[in-house]
Ligand binder design. Structure first.
Ligand code: COA
Length: 703
């Protein structure tokens, strides 16, 4: 059945409350009280089988007795009675149900939750929840929650998975002078999830910023698509709990064990241009700042201070939050020379020293405003007898207005006694960005710059290479018939060949005699590797030998490998020994791709070889990706300078790494049966000399 437009949830013309109670203190009473008290612009229908009255409204005994069509029904009755109430709503063709009741999947009763969602969907209804505190929408003054009343209307929309935290955020935002356009509790996300709500909030003019508190994600691929659209038009701030390491990913591969759920979440959010806050407090500060300021026209930042110490602290903070300080010294000197004493500094920070009066301080800020190459200003102030704290609020107020008119961000961080503290409180009430702590100020500017960078990044067309998934799928089918969830070496090689990647020449020896014949035919030196489905990480058990220069070394090597593997596990099944053409030394990197449970296909790059799990120097992105995004993934790793060449070494062939990543990404996207594909190592040679995949492992999805 067709789904109703999500607009009706936010802008209903009427709302029914099933479980309205005339007994104050009950949730069913508070919800009606909030709807009426907040001044909902539509009609409220309290429903209670016992009849009676609530706040001057007559209770209706049954929703089906209402003549009008109903846009939203809030359901606040015990879980066991919810299904029957939903049946009635279906008969009445209600569009949206917001189910407050707890007692479903969050306590293990997934079946009942699914039964209700199924019924709703079959009848063209959508469900918010269950297990929610409700929703608020400023556009129609609807407070259908059992949280606090008198919500401050404004331009921040909050979508929260946590109920208690969400209710607390209503109060907290009011204290912090943050106005809300909407707050929605998503609870168990039985039907409606963040992506559905974002689709509305993206288009809604009142909403300037979206803040999401997320605990878990079910349909990550869809969320990523919607988030990418959202961040094109407005900033999205996310708080996600569960930063702890290593989620539930099975460590069947390096990519798998390195891809803790939080690392992937973090990487994917950055990729979408979402701003991830460390804490609720930081998120709210960002929202408050971003909702009151325009994007700058560049990133050149200048610190103006009357105190050297705070200037240094601000410089540290700028480094931490990736805020670039304008460093054209000639230009800075020309701009600020006339207002800086000889013993001050016109290098950034501009240190006017403690001697500066309000007049000089203001002049310096006006000069920064007039300079078109300065794009943002951090104004620091320490209370001194030279600059009276009494005049400070007027000075800040008027400087802020001038900057606002010219759309140039200015953030103040001020330190001092009682009057300074009062100044901060007063100015914050007027939505002027004034902070007690310089780190707080710079963190806000850093968030804005991060959003600016995302907005201005060049969009390059998506990348893919032509491959024939049909051939790959035949290989996969053969493995499935063989009851395997992984591909053998020759099958992996065939998959790579399809994408134009060639592994070193090789063959499998089943006897010591075979080994010598094969090595002779490949040419020396060779590498020998055990072939066994019992051994996943061959190097770890001594199943790989390098640099075998002649027949004698191959004969010895064969016996050594058999001995090592039996020592690892006496009854190990050895299918043979692979003899492989030896690749000249290069820099070893790892390219991985896996199908993440939340986000679908993702790509990994890192420093590779046997040290990969120790170094953990990896980066992730969700597919699809273009070449410039892949390049930025590579740049993000700590070992990137090694690829550029250190201590006189030549630069490595980064372009060719990018090409291999494009190919791995294409394979993963084209073949949904592949769960995990990993080239490790990919040997990288000097610029222009290319790369060589040395080994590949491919795992299949569960059938
Ligand atoms: N249609 C309409 N009204 C009904 C009804 C129905 N099918 N069945 C019962 N009612 C009435 C009841 O008679 C009662 O009214 P009354 O006070 O006049 O007698 C009212 O609805 C509420 O039912 P009651 O049985 O008293 O439940 P309750 O108010 O104690 O609890 C919930 C209901 C939903 C609040 C409770 O079950 C619950 O889930 N609480 C947790 C909510 C929560 O924390 N959500 C997540 C927040 S993040």
């Amino acid at each position: 059945m067709n789904k109703p437009d999500i607009k009706y949830l936010f802008e209903p013309k009427n709302i029914a409350v099933i479980g309205a109670s005339s007994r104050p203190g009950k949730i069913g009473y508070t919800i009606v009280e909030n709807i009426v008290g907040e001044g909902f612009t539509g009609t409220v229908y309290p429903i209670n089988p016992g009849g009676g009255e609530i706040l001057g409204l007559t209770m209706i005994r049954d929703i089906e007795l209402i003549e009008e069509d109903i846009d939203v029904a809030v359901i606040s009755i015990p879980a066991a009675a919810v299904y029957d109430a939903v049946v009635k709503c279906a008969r009445k063709h209600v569009k949206f149900l917001t189910i407050i009741s707890s007692g479903f999947s969050e306590v293990g009763d997934l079946e009942e939750e699914r039964r209700i969602v199924r019924l709703a969907r079959e009848n063209g209804m959508r469900i918010l929840g269950p297990n929610i505190f409700g929703h608020y929408s400023a556009r129609v003054s609807l407070n259908a929650t059992f949280g606090p009343r008198n919500i401050r209307a404004g331009n921040v929309a909050i979508v929260t998975q946590s109920g208690a935290l969400g209710i607390a955020m209503i109060g907290k935002t009011a204290v912090q002078n943050i106005g809300l356009s909407a707050i929605i509790s998503v609870g168990n996300k039985g039907d409606i999830d963040e992506a559905d709500l974002l689709e509305y909030l993206i288009k809604q003019d009142e909403t300037k910023i979206i803040l999401m508190y997320i605990e878990g994600i079910q349909q990550g691929e869809r969320l990523v698509r919607v988030l990418k659209l959202a961040t094109r038009v407005k900033p999205v701030v996310v708080i996600k709990s569960g930063r702890s390491k290593r989620g539930a990913v099975a460590a069947a591969s390096h990519t798998g064990s390195l891809a803790g759920t939080d690392e992937i979440f973090d990487a994917v959010m950055r990729q979408c241009g979402v701003l991830r806050a460390e804490s609720v407090q930081e998120a709210l500060e960002w929202c408050r700042y971003l909702s009151a300021t325009q994007l700058p026209s560049g990133l050149n930042t200048v610190i103006v201070t009357n105190g050297g110490g705070v200037g240094v602290m601000a410089t540290d903070a700028c480094e931490k939050y990736n805020v670039p300080l304008f460093s054209d010294h000639g230009r800075l000197q020309a701009t600020f020379e006339s207002v800086t004493p000889g013993f001050g500094s016109t290098k950034n920070p501009i240190d006017l020293t403690g001697q500066a009066s309000g007049v000089e301080y203001r002049l310096a800020l006006e000069k920064a405003l007039a300079d078109p190459d300065i794009h943002a200003v951090l104004a620091l102030y320490c209370e001194t007898s030279m600059m009276s704290a009494d005049q400070l609020s007027d000075l800040i107020r008027s400087v802020y207005q001038e900057y606002k008119l010219k759309r140039k961000p200015v953030l103040f961080s001020i330190f001092g006694g009682v009057i300074t503290e009062q100044t901060i409180t007063d100015l914050n009430r007027e939505a002027i960005p004034v902070y007690r702590d310089v780190y707080e100020a710079v963190s806000c500017l850093g968030a804005q710059f991060s959003y600016y960078r995302h907005q201005t990044a060049n969009a390059v067309p998506e990348t893919a290479i032509p491959i024939n998934p049909g051939l790959i799928n035949e290989i996969i089918l053969a493995a499935r018939k063989d009851n395997r969830q992984f591909l053998l070496a020759d099958e992996g090689q065939a998959v790579l060949n399809e994408a134009g990647l060639v592994l070193p020449k090789s063959g499998i020896a089943r006897s010591i005699h075979d080994a010598v014949t094969l090595a002779d035919s490949l040419g020396y030196p060779v590498v020998m590797k055990v072939v066994s489905r019992d051994i996943l990480h061959k190097s770890d058990v001594g199943g790989v030998l390098l640099d075998l220069e002649n027949r004698e070394e191959v004969l010895d090597g064969y016996q050594t490998i058999i001995h090592n593997c039996k020592a690892f596990r006496p009854n190990v099944l050895i299918e043979g020994i692979e003899i492989v053409e030896q690749i000249p030394p290069g820099m070893e990197v790892i390219i991985g791709g896996r199908r993440d449970r939340a986000f679908g296909p993702i790509l990994m790059f890192g420093l590779g070889g046997i040290y990969v799990e120790v170094m953990k120097d990896v980066s992730f992105r969700a597919l699809p990706l273009n070449r410039s995004q892949i390049r930025s993934m590579i740049k993000e790793t700590r070992s990137y300078p090694l690829l550029l060449g250190v201590r006189g070494e030549a630069r490595k062939d980064i372009d060719e790494i990018v090409e291999v990543m494009v190919k791995v990404g294409t394979i993963l996207e084209a073949c949904p049966d592949i769960a995990d594909i990993e080239i490790n190592p990919l040997m990288v040679f000097e610029q222009g000399q290319g790369v060589k995949p040395v080994d590949v492992r491919i795992m299949l999805t569960e059938n």
